[in-house]
Design a protein around this ligand. Structure first.
Ligand SMILES: C[S@@+](CC[C@H](N)C(=O)[O-])C[C@H]1O[C@@H](n2cnc3c(N)ncnc32)[C@H](O)[C@@H]1O
Length: 225
């Protein structure tokens, strides 16, 4: 007979294996990530959107920071206090080299402590797409709790209707999730954000034989409209 504690430990084990798969993939990808995505126009534009609203000394959390380029670097260069989190030790090592003035922590975005001091902004560029949909709404709610009142969120996802599907990314096995734009807006609003701006960008990775993907960038403010 299975008990409630069996199902909790089954869930914990599943999450552990999922995280190990995703972190292992980005450990293997390492510097090849920035070679495949050398331009990152969407992240640059979203960074400028934040910088037009935040001054030096503002606290920003970069969720799934990757190599720290361009986002953590651009924000730190402008005098913002950047904390980056990621589950891949290799990506974190690159981020620390690229942005020595920021703080980087090995941490799963699902393990963020919501009682931490408030951040003025959170960015999550192509990191929520590494979670199954069932974890995305709770993750967004947790990010919402970590913001000061009226704090800003800028996030991006690939526009595709998929939930936790196996995918070969730059030669490494990962699982990916996407949304169509109306569904992404709905989940962001359900988590307690007001959407201020949405941009869709067609992007072809430099080193992948693949058709261009549509990248959705959503800029939001904490709180209902
Ligand atoms: C597609 S990359 C995006 C990197 C960077 N944000 C950018 O825009 O270039 C996704 C990053 O999210 C990290 N990641 C995946 N799942 C995560 C999780 N549960 N918590 C924190 N980081 C995660 C990966 O290790 C990887 O560095």
């Amino acid at each position: 007979m299975s008990t409630e504690s069996d199902s909790v430990s089954g869930e914990t084990q599943a999450r552990f294996e999922h995280r190990a798969l995703q972190a292992g993939a980005f450990d293997r990808i390492g510097v090849r990530y920035d070679e495949a995505f050398p331009h990152k126009e969407g992240q640059l534009a979203a960074g400028e959107w934040l910088l037009s609203r935040l001054g030096p000394g503002a606290r920003v959390l970069d969720v799934g920071c990757g190599t720290g380029v361009p986002t953590a670097k651009r924000l730190a260069d402008a005098g913002l206090l950047v904390t980056g989190i990621d589950i891949s030790p290799v990506m974190l090592e690159l981020a620390r080299e690229n942005v020595p003035e920021a703080k980087f922590l090995e941490l799963d975005l699902l393990d963020l402590d919501p009682v931490q001091e408030g951040f003025d902004a959170v960015v999550a560029f192509f990191s929520l797409l590494m979670l199954p949909r069932r974890d995305i709404l709770p993750a967004l709610r947790r990010l919402n709790e970590m913001l000061v009142p009226g704090g800003l969120l800028s996030l991006s996802m690939v526009e595709i209707d998929l939930d936790d599907v196996p995918f070969q990314f730059l030669g490494a096995p990962v699982r990916v999730t996407g949304y169509l734009r109306d569904d992404l807006r709905a989940v962001v609003e359900e988590a307690g954000f007001t959407v201020l701006e949405e941009n869709a960008i067609s992007y072809a990775p430099a080193t992948m034989q693949a058709p261009p993907e549509i990248q959705l960038f959503v800029n939001c403010r904490k709180g209902a409209s």
